[in-house]
Design a protein around this ligand. Structure first.
Ligand code: HEM
Length: 637
């Protein structure tokens, strides 16, 4: 969109042969209108031939807002033009928001009151009204475009009637909120009010077990303070308003998170907070001052992790710069001062992206089997090898890379190395000559940026070595605790949403004339799901409490086993819940859109939690092996 918005596009139309591309950007927000019969092409043409109001007419009673950088005089003209065409368009720009003004067109007649007597007269082809949750919709033109076909709308009990129950048996409430459908509303039934309300951003669900008990009315927790509550509210609001639309879009189109959203996250220091409590937070204003850096603890971070996983967009969860969360700690724990001073601010401000590049086609959980090799050549390492499954790799600027290091015997003498010549070493590799990445198609969205990375004789300054040469294994292992704990937090957040979805669906779905919850087999599944999420949450919270009270080193030595077992338990529970949820939703859980879309996404992607950051079985085994190490010698029966 040109700087001056649609009007500038309009005035430049005669001279610019490249109109279709520009049209696309003007019409992007309304592409989804295709199914109401208004094609983006038409919108473009309308805008193109000067009939700007027609273009707005296509948008109809859009409830989303559109930003245009227009001078006030143009805004006034536009509002006047639209109003004279019978469109209710308002300038809802907040003071201080100039020059990006926000125009919102509103439903002109959604408050008209009508009676059932009036509605029932409109029950035929070409003249069709129906009522959903007290709102009257004119579907006369839409019926032929209805994705479920026109016939179902003309059926008895639907055409000219209150079709609320039928509607909610087949659609999510959000369908009615999409601008292209919301504009079909022509009024409300006299004396009735809507039952299903749009939750205000940041609000808590009232569905039992849809929130952890510390957020449920009338329940208590020893772990969370008022500050955690304020923080949770602010985070949920921000995520719902800013991140959710981006998450849904990226999960579908597979594109990486936009710089605009990254910038907004970094303004609030969300990228820095995702790396946990610590000195990297000093001097930063977290969430506009909601929490002081010295107050920020692992429970704040847990809140971030559970909240960001609530959108049913698992690929996006990893695409939301998880590479930095897992790849940056080795730099500030083991990198040189110079390296830290350069890289840490770039990554925390969201200006540069980082990926952790450990796993290979040759080695996954068996990190010691890595084949990527770094050979010492004077002040450089020459790195050659490949890495697989690298989250955020497609767009990363830096790679925190595990390498097998080879140092000649001569070099060992020169460098006075006391370590083995061969070992693992972690290097920070910058994208440049010899580094190439290609996307790997996985079961989840490519918005995660999962990549196959090739290093072809890449020259890496020795100053980019993280930790001691040959001591890479401890660099990698010390990083794992936090990463695994983070994955469990995200899994718990996502699982809880699935529990809520199932409780709602089982309650509203009518089969054989009764709600699904009247079936004992369904109640049994719900009971197990609730038990699992509560068990996961409670174990996760006590582990988080330990982390809050331990030093980093204590955590490394005492918690690795328990976090391994916790992650195994949480990811296994998640997959069982995914299975149960699929049974409860039936065929709806098999389609990417529609009623069961969150269950579909979770069922398809919950396996990632069982593999990423350490395979489930390997972690369970780690937990037992760590316990065995601590067995007292006199522990005999
Ligand atoms: C304002 C009114 C309505 C709108 C805007 C609307 C819109 C939609 C949309 C967008 C879909 C695609 C699936 C989805 O995104 O969830 C759909 C599917 C469907 N709709 Fe409607 N619909 C409306 C009313 C109704 C009513 C009253 C019925 C009554 C029986 C109905 C029956 C269906 C059926 C059977 C499907 C296919 C469901 C499936 O594939 O599982 N729709 N509708």
């Amino acid at each position: 969109l040109p700087k001056g918005g649609p009007l500038e596009l309009l005035s430049s139309r005669q001279t610019d042969p490249n109109i279709p591309t520009q049209c696309q950007s003007i019409c992007d927000p309304i592409v989804s209108l295709i199914d109401t019969g208004c094609t983006p092409q038409e919108c473009c043409t309308n805008a193109f031939v000067g009939n700007l109001t027609s273009c707005f007419e296509c948008v109809g009673n859009i409830t989303q807002t559109t930003n245009y950088s227009l001078p006030q005089s143009d805004i006034d003209g536009l509002v006047e033009e639209c109003t004279s065409e019978g469109l209710n368009i308002t300038d809802t720009t907040l003071p201080g928001q100039n020059p990006n003004r926000t125009l919102t067109t509103l439903a002109p007649s959604s408050t008209h009151t009508l009676t059932f007597e009036e509605v029932k007269k409109h029950n035929k082809d070409g003249d069709l009204w129906i009522v959903i949750d007290s709102k009257v919709f004119d579907l006369s033109k839409f019926a032929d475009l209805h994705p479920g076909g026109p016939n179902v709308l003309y059926a008895e009990g639907v055409a000219g009637k209150d079709a609320t129950e039928a509607f909610f048996g087949l659609h999510r409430h959000e369908v009615l909120l999409r601008p292209q459908y919301a504009r079909l509303q022509i009024g409300v039934i006299e004396g009735e009010v809507e039952n299903v309300k749009v939750p205000t951003p940041g609000s808590l669900s009232k569905v039992p077990y849809a929130e952890p008990s510390w957020l449920s009315e009338g329940f208590f927790s020893p772990y969370y303070s008022n500050n955690h509550r304020t923080f949770q509210k602010a985070i949920r609001k921000f995520f719902e308003e800013v991140v959710r639309p981006e998450a849904v879009k990226c999960e579908e189109n597979g594109k990486r998170i936009s710089q605009e959203v990254v910038d907004k996250m970094s303004d609030l220091e969300i990228i820095a907070m995702r790396l946990g409590p610590g000195k990297h937070l000093r001097g930063r204003t977290l969430m506009e001052g909601t929490v002081k850096p010295e107050e920020f603890d692992y429970f704040h971070e847990l809140i971030l992790n559970t909240e960001l996983a609530r959108f049913g967009t698992r690929g996006f969860v990893d695409g939301m710069l998880n590479g930095a969360v897992i790849g940056l700690p080795p730099i500030w724990n083991y990198g040189s001062k110079e390296l830290q001073a350069k890289v840490v601010p770039e990554v925390l401000s969201g200006k540069k992206y980082l990926a952790l590049a450990i796993s290979e086609a040759f080695a996954g959980s068996d990190v010691s089997g890595l084949q990527t090799t770094a050979v010492r050549d004077g002040d450089h390492w020459i790195v050659t090898g490949t890495k697989k499954w690298i989250t955020n790799g497609t767009f990363a600027d830096y790679f925190t890379t595990g390498c097998k290091t080879e140092v000649s015997t001569n070099m060992v003498k020169i460098l006075e190395l006391t370590l083995q010549q061969k070992g693992l070493t972690v290097l920070l590799i910058e994208r440049g000559e010899g580094v190439s990445t290609k996307p790997i198609k996985t079961a989840y969205s490519s918005t995660a940026g999962t990549a196959y990375v090739t290093f072809d004789k890449v020259r890496v300054p020795v100053g980019n070595t993280l930790g001691e040469i040959g001591n890479g294994l401890s660099v990698i292992l010390s990083n794992f605790n936090h990463e695994r704990w983070m994955v469990t937090g995200c899994s718990v957040g996502a699982q809880r949403v699935i529990v809520e979805e199932c409780l709602k669906w089982a309650n509203q779905r009518i089969v054989f004339g009764k709600p699904l919850t009247s079936q004992a087999v369904i109640r049994n599944k719900l009971g197990k799901m609730i038990t699992r999420i509560e068990a996961c949450q409670n174990w996760l919270e006590i582990v988080t409490h330990q982390m809050n009270n331990m030093t980093y080193n204590e955590m490394s030595s005492k918690m690795a086993g328990q976090i391994g077992l916790l992650k195994q338990f949480v990811s296994r529970c998640g997959r069982e819940t995914a299975e149960d949820a699929t049974q409860i939703f039936g065929g709806r859980a098999l389609t990417v859109t529609g009623m069961g879309k969150l269950v579909e996404n979770y069922h398809r992607t919950s396996g990632f939690d069982a593999i990423l950051a350490g395979a489930e079985d390997v972690l369970g085994d780690l937990g037992v092996r760590q316990a065995m190490k601590r067995m007292p010698k006199d522990a005999l029966l």
